[in-house]
Write a protein of this length. Structure first.
Length: 551
């Protein structure tokens, strides 16, 4: 027997339409690419997004067509994003930190017909224009005079100005009118192995993910919040903030391209931000700025941090020095992205802060709508004792079913779970901890060593800024850990200082065979340590222990 309730398709245009009626005047504030702060509102964004839709239709865009954006977080970017999705086209967020070759590959693979771009990225696009086979128009997110000037300076032909297109259109446009299963967003994983793969979100999955993130143990957003969305819209949908903020009518602050400590602090203070979300490196820059200047955030209450493991110093400094709550989040492009959060349960909350810290450093527990499984290589369940490593698998309401255009073939197991490629433990309190990516785990004498755990400990040495650990071939043990440390400016150190610091904190046989001090630890397009590059750099490296062994 069927239920007798209304059929109300879960399409994301309804989120902005709701905000336009019930939160019309709530502000969206952007540090523009040009520099000045620009203020708009959910009502105005809705109105202009409809004009974007009409402009796209006039350019021949039909439902299912891919329209890309190459842009920083801004009010204009949100208008374009909803303008695309509202008419059933697919908003493909391009990551500007990718190399041109990767960018061209992704654009061609997605068959993007149009690219909206900030002026910042125009030189890259123009240089590689000939390689982008499917692209018919490049629309610059800028006023007509700015675009005219650029065209005159560069000789570029056919550039369009987003402002001229919007001005020429009416806001009379019907959104929706397609099934909730219609694709609405496309985001490629950065492809640390093989080519990048596309994750094609549906209206339904994004709508449900929005509701999931609004649970109070997840992001817990409210109409009373002012949210600074540092995490880029091109990095797994800004962790859903550009949906969840209008859904509840939160005030939204967009940092544009400036994510350094002083710029972020300025926005936190001038806009009275209560909540923010970003990867650990952003918070490291902010905390370094606060330390150097003695300034303090005065309205910030909580920060959600994810994308890579949160260093202990961040959790402690925010809590001890500034009274800010840190919630660690784990997720991936394939999970829309939120999968787990370190939000304390009542049992954890009742502990002294010191005893809460080990749980806050884990990636946490899943909200309803996300199922986790932890299995060994044969698919058998792994004990949830906080010690046994297993492969982390996920199933849920906003988890990838297959990649765009079938890349990678069948990616779900027979029970419908997706293998995240992460290695994790789950403790008796239900807190999941990522110990590694499958491809980064160090296999020493048949046992697994967690590179992430050693990295985090080494990076918490007072002289260290960042650390990376890779497995290097070893004649006796297969692989042994090599630790690279980037020191803070002006510091010098001996390898023995770092090893002494690790001693007693990790198992003896996890101790790195060698410590090297380096000037640079390479980061990938989403701000994570790029182990592929490091491994290539050290592929012929011979550890001192290996030399002894083979002598
Ligand atoms: P990409 O792989 O393209 O950089 P994703 O954002 O999809 O982009 O990366 C997801 C991966 O990032 C996860 O599979 C996991 O390995 C890692 N990750 C995300 N959040 C955390 C976290 N809080 N702690 C440790 N690792 C994390």
């Amino acid at each position: 027997m069927q239920g007798l309730m209304q059929d109300w398709p879960l399409t994301v245009d309804r989120i902005l339409s709701h905000a336009a009626v019930w939160h019309a005047d709530r502000e969206v504030v952007t540090r523009s690419v040009e520099g000045p702060i620009v203020r708009t509102s959910w009502g105005r964004i809705h109105n202009r997004a409809k004009k974007v839709s009409n402009a796209l239709r006039a350019l021949g865009v039909a439902p299912g067509d891919r329209v890309a954006t190459l842009a920083w977080n801004s009010g204009r970017h949100i208008e374009v994003w909803y303008g695309i999705m509202g008419i059933g086209a697919v908003c493909h967020t391009l990551n500007p930190r990718l190399f041109p070759d990767q960018l061209c590959y992704i654009i061609n693979h997605a068959q993007d017909r149009i690219i909206f771009t900030d002026t910042t990225f125009l030189p890259t696009l123009l240089e590689n224009r000939a390689r982008m086979e499917s692209v018919e128009h490049i629309i610059v997110l800028a006023d007509a005079d700015v675009v005219a000037r650029i065209a005159a300076e560069t000789g570029a032909k056919g550039l369009l100005s987003s402002e001229s297109l919007i001005e020429a259109q009416s806001a009379d446009c019907v959104w929706g009118d397609f099934p909730e299963t219609q694709a609405c967003g496309l985001c490629y994983t950065s492809g640390t192995t093989g080519n990048p793969k596309g994750v094609l979100y549906s209206h339904r999955s994004n709508f449900l993910h929005t509701l999931l993130t609004l649970q109070s143990d997840v992001m817990g957003l409210s109409v009373n919040d002012t949210v600074l969305a540092v995490v880029p819209m091109f990095h797994a949908n800004a962790w859903g903030l550009t949906f969840s903020c209008p859904a509840v009518g939160a005030r939204l602050i967009m940092p544009g391209q400036k994510m350094d400590g002083p710029s972020i602090f300025e926005l936190l203070e001038t806009e009275k931000v209560t909540m923010s979300a970003a990867v650990p490196t952003v918070w490291q820059m902010l905390l370094a700025h606060l330390k150097a200047t003695g300034e303090r955030p005065s309205t910030l209450k909580r920060v959600v941090i994810g994308g890579s493991a949160v260093p202990e110093a961040i959790v402690r400094t925010f809590h001890d020095d500034y009274g800010v709550q840190v919630i660690q989040a784990w997720g991936m492009t394939e999970t829309s992205p939120l999968g787990t959060l370190s939000t304390p349960t009542p049992e954890i909350k009742s502990l002294p802060f010191e005893d809460q810290v080990p749980f806050l450093l884990k990636q946490g527990r899943p909200p309803v709508g996300v199922e986790l499984d932890l299995v060994d290589d044969d698919g058998a369940s792994v004990a949830r004792d906080g010690k046994a490593f297993g492969r982390l698998k996920v199933r849920g309401l906003a988890i990838v079913g297959s990649y765009f255009r079938g890349d990678g073939g069948e990616i779900l197991d027979e029970r419908g779970f997706f293998d995240t490629g992460d290695v994790a433990t789950i403790d008796p309190a239900g807190y999941m901890q990522i110990t590694d990516r499958v491809k980064d785990v160090i296999k020493s004498g048949g046992e697994w060593i967690s590179s992430i755990e050693i990295e985090n400990l080494a990076a918490s040495h007072p002289k260290a800024l960042m650390a990376a650990v890779i497995g290097v071939p070893h004649p006796k043990w297969d692989e042994r850990p090599l630790l690279l440390v980037k020191l803070k400016d002006g510091e010098t150190a001996q390898a023995s200082e770092i090893l002494d610091y690790l001693d007693g904190k990790i198992a003896r046989w996890w101790m790195p065979d060698e410590v090297l001090f380096v000037d640079e630890i390479p980061l990938g397009a989403t701000g994570k340590i790029d182990k592929k590059v490091i491994r290539a750099r050290y592929q012929d490296h011979v550890l001192p222990t290996a030399r002894r062994e083979s002598a």
